[in-house]
Design a protein. Structure first.
Lengths: 230, 230
């Protein structure tokens, strides 16, 4: 496998987004609601797991999302912002993403967790490079890789090795997840001027945003390969 | 309000149950499955919350259960026992408890969380006194009071202050929870000789067990009063 593509502007260490940029509150807020909705989705989808071991793995992943939520809640409090007020504008878009990508099997749920987490991490990691250190450290904290993804990789790989139809189905599923995630990300940005300005500022310009989405596509393909979904 | 009644044998600091007592594995296992089932119940019942604030409070409580699960998983691993093997005998009894006390409202769910947690804590705290220090420290760790109960007390108190019928309904609900918890606890013990021996050893004799259940009843009444449910 090729090494992961470098984020578009990773060689550029200049801080382009100061800590008091109004988009930072939006950034923390959308991340915070992302953690909450991931928590509830994981807890709900664990019902699909055929084993108690799978249910417990999902519960651990869900609990890790809540640790991240606390970090963001504190970071927002430090800016004098109530997390619930800040999250309100993002509830519909994230709920829509989850409704439009509702897994019908345990494997779909695991692929969604792994792939969705990865897409989000790619997007925010690229932004983090341009953020003031005290902001970027919060973003990196909540995106930190956990050991849980190993569980997902094993579950999915072993299932698709023995079933070609499962592999084809999950490959399509992964493609749909990327499409829906990008649609909703664009929708969120279109609604929130401060966040759009932050993303534009962090990526440089509209070409930078296009490069960011290309980068996410490349990384997505690599992740699918790790899951055995070529 | 009166100070809480002292546990029946709190003045007796003698270790009656050595760390290698075979019931200790059962004790850790029933606690571990208790955390898992509480996690999923909280996550599921959060759907009943009328506010995002309530949903997030429930998610935080659920995440705390998973931290306790990890502690127990490690303690069992330290004894060379796989947590899933050890939990298997307790799955049905705990699932039955939750099925027989399925809340139909958010307030019932909050009362169940507060009261159920309290009943379990009373039971295990009395046992902990007689356990070897390395075992009792694990038990105390996973029963440690969290700040989440404040949220529950506020939610329930403010609701029952304005509605007498709600207060009457929740008072009956609390009584039913205690009854079901004691029924299931006795059922679990009857099935597991090692655990029965541990509880008998920790409380002294059958009179000690009767005193333990009396103590749980007294503490339950105090907790109901804290919730405004006299």
């Amino acid at each position: 496998m090729n090494p992961p593509a470098a984020p578009p502007q990773s060689d550029d260490l200049e801080v382009r987004i100061p800590a008091d940029h109004p988009g930072v509150t939006d950034l923390f807020a959308v991340l915070a609601y992302g953690e909450i909705s991931a928590f509830y989705r994981l807890a709900e989808e664990a019902e699909l797991s055929p084993t108690l071991r799978g249910k417990v793995a999902a519960a651990k992943m869900a609990a890790a999302e809540m640790e991240h939520f606390r970090t963001l809640e504190q970071a927002l409090a430090g800016r004098g912002v109530d997390v619930f007020d800040a999250m309100a504008p993002f509830v519909d878009a994230l709920d829509d993403y989850h409704t439009s990508t509702d897994p019908s099997t345990w494997l779909e749920s695991m692929v969604k967790f792994y792939v969705g987490d990865g897409i989000a991490a790619d997007f925010y990691t690229v932004l983090a490079v341009a953020l003031a250190p005290e902001v970027s450290s919060v973003v990196r904290d909540v995106l930190a890789e956990t050991s849980h993804s190993e569980f997902v990789v094993e579950e999915v790989r072993s299932a698709v090795e023995v079933s070609r139809s499962e592999r084809d189905r999950l490959t399509l599923w992964g493609r749909r997840l990327l499409g829906e995630a990008i649609t909703q990300a664009q929708f969120v940005m279109a609604q929130r001027d401060e966040l759009t300005e932050l993303v534009l500022g962090a990526t440089g310009d509209l070409n930078g945003i296009a490069a960011l989405f290309d980068h996410m596509q490349t990384r997505h393909t690599e992740r699918m390969r790790v899951l055995g979904l070529a």
